[in-house]
Design a protein around this ligand. Structure first.
Ligand SMILES: [Fe+2]
Ligand SMILES: [Fe+2]
Length: 240
């Protein structure tokens, strides 16, 4: 997506509902991700990562993360959509409809957080003078987002646990990939983070800390999906 050099005046409230951590905390979490045991990804997640690797053979880069963040928002759209359908079907049961609303609100917070990630990665691409290619940076992300949306939606309707598991895999992979990106680029800790989105996202001093914060956010997304798996993934009057 293109960004103009000027940005409309927005709210002075911080846009991300996720807290900003200190540099020391962020380094601790990065190290923890690097020490995670090898994740056991589901088959759809493996297919998704394999197709992404084909298109970004050089791996970790700001254009790769811009793609990742575009796709990352999609399950939360799908879950919000299904939540509203469930509320419509159960509109006379106010207690249950209200309970579903908590999941809808959680999906919105997560997609908002991914939105700031997306804008920040796009901004980093622009600052580096990255030239977009039609297939890789425009068509492919939109096709993948379309397919991923429908897969997330379908799984959430049929067996929600699978949809949460797919997202947890995606978020685990994202947290780990950001942690590795910062590890292999020590110069990021000497590079001041200049951004139009600091008021929205958080006032991190270096590119390294900004990326570590994004990694930590991804872990929160993963944890939320795993919490729903444990508590009972399907909307229920009695569970979760
Ligand atoms: Fe993200
Ligand atoms: Fe995420």
């Amino acid at each position: 997506m293109g960004l103009s050099n000027t940005r409309p005046e927005g709210s002075k409230e911080k846009g991300s509902a996720f807290p900003s951590l200190s540099p020391a905390e962020l380094r601790e979490h990065q190290q923890r991700y690097l020490e995670w045991p090898k994740p056991n990804y589901s088959l759809p997640a493996k297919l998704l990562f394999a197709s992404t690797d084909m298109l970004f053979p050089k791996g970790r880069s700001f254009e790769y993360f811009a793609f990742l963040e575009l796709v990352a928002r999609v399950p939360y759209f799908a879950w919000e959509h299904v939540g509203h359908i469930a509320q419509t079907q159960n509109h006379r049961d106010h207690r249950f409809a209200r309970k579903i609303q908590d999941r809808v609100l959680s999906s919105r917070d997560e997609q908002d957080n991914e939105f700031w990630h997306l804008l920040i990665m796009e901004e980093m691409c622009e600052q580096k003078g990255y030239k977009r290619r039609f297939l890789r940076d425009k068509l492919f992300p939109q096709v993948m987002s379309f397919l991923y949306y429908h897969l997330s939606w379908f799984l959430y309707v049929v067996y929600p646990k699978w949809s949460y598991k797919l997202n947890a895999d995606f978020e685990t992979h994202a947290a780990l990939t950001y942690a590795k990106f910062v590890q292999e680029r020590p110069d990021f800790d000497e590079t001041p983070w200049e951004s139009k989105y600091k008021d929205d996202y958080g006032h991190h001093k270096t590119v390294g800390d900004m990326l570590r914060q994004v990694a930590w956010d991804e872990e929160q997304h993963k944890n939320h999906s795993e919490t729903y798996i444990k508590a009972g993934a399907r909307f229920s009057r009695t569970r979760g």
